[in-house]
Write a protein that binds this ligand. Structure first.
Ligand code: DON
Length: 337
């Protein structure tokens, strides 16, 4: 018996062990999302309910400070648009920065990607959502997810006065199939009267030749941030971008694979602001947060997740919301990576 033939049985055992390990890993990778139920969600919600104590409700927009810190909701729109809800499912909150992905879709549909991204970057960030980067250096915003880029994006949507805002509102209504959705006028007034930092960005971009209109355009941004919806509506938005801009009920009026890819890439690299890198490591899914306490998540090709809990961590992302998403992702191996 030569050395090689002596090693053969050991080799065979190693290969068999490797293959079975691979099978186990593969099985985990394809965890059955059709097993997700309301019970799954409520277990995860209860486990994470108290995380709100580790965050703080945003009050830099005074009207937002009135939110009930204990409110919490968790929704999933899964295979074939099936909806699962748990928690304060009827509780409405303002979408805030989550509206930025809707505005981006409209601006790119109208102007084309090259035109929009000629005026801003595709960059990630280590800066908070309201940072002036890079307006004082390159003169252009880092990306369309931070406030500066989002204000610019909305200003690029065609139409006088309130028309660009109405396009955003109508698209949210379409995606959620919920015509009752509207904006909260108190939150809008509150942000308009205190949003001087955003006003500063608006005028700096006007000075840089990126914005040509008047303050109506900034008002449209304040209004889009004040659109009120539920966690279920957010899950439907997540589902829409996860499925090539096809609605949860299968309506494909806006089907556009390329646009969905663009929006999800921005969600992945900047949707959670300076936390996006760590979030990509832990959750690994395109997501967009808002200071109203919502997060919309796209699981590409599969499903949408919507969470709500208004107490925010130091990055401006929902504290309990993040942990609910993280647990669902771990339980069903939903990370892209
Ligand atoms: O412009 C603002 O500051 C708010 N209307 C939106 C900020 C926001 O939601 C940041 N996201 N976490």
């Amino acid at each position: 018996m030569n050395n090689n033939s002596f090693l053969l049985p050991a080799k065979a055992i190693c290969i068999a062990a490797f293959l079975s390990l691979n099978t186990v890993m593969y099985a985990q990778k394809t965890a059955d999302i059709s097993a997700i139920s309301e019970k799954t969600l409520s277990n995860i919600l209860e486990k994470n309910r108290t995380y709100y104590t580790q965050g703080k409700v945003a009050d830099y927009i005074p009207e937002l400070g009135k939110m009930d810190a204990k409110a919490i909701a968790f929704s999933v729109v899964g295979k074939n648009g099936k909806i699962f809800n748990t928690g304060d499912v009827h509780k409405k909150f303002t979408m805030q920065s989550i509206s930025k992905i809707i505005a981006l879709m409209i601006a790119v549909s109208e102007k084309g990607e090259a035109d929009v991204f000629n005026k801003m970057g595709y960059f990630g960030t280590d800066k908070p959502f309201n940072h002036f980067s890079n307006l004082e250096t390159t003169g252009k915003p880092l990306n369309p997810m931070m406030n500066a880029g989002a204000i610019l994006t909305t200003s690029l949507i065609s139409g006088e006065g309130e028309k660009p805002f109405l396009k955003i509102l109508n698209l949210v209504r379409y995606i959620t199939k919920n015509n009752t959705i509207d904006y909260n006028t108190s939150v809008y007034e509150s942000e308009k009267s205190t949003g001087h930092r955003n006003r500063g960005m608006f005028y700096l971009m006007k000075n840089n030749g990126l914005i040509s209109g008047n303050e109506d355009q900034l008002d449209n941004y304040f209004k889009q941030c004040s659109i009120e919806l539920t966690a279920e509506d957010l899950a439907k938005i997540g589902y829409f971008f996860a499925n090539q801009c096809v609605r949860f009920d299968g309506d494909s009026t806006y089907k556009n694979e390329e646009l969905a890819r663009l929006i999800q890439s921005q969600m992945l690299i900047a949707g959670m602001y300076e936390f996006s890198g760590e979030y990509a490591r832990t959750v690994g899914l395109p997501s967009k947060s808002g200071v109203g306490g919502g997060i919309a998540v796209s699981v590409p090709g599969k499903m949408g997740i919507g969470v709500f809990s208004p107490a925010l961590d130091q990055h401006g992302n929902s504290a309990a919301g993040y942990h609910m998403i993280l647990d669902l992702v771990k339980q069903y191996n939903l990370s892209l990576f």
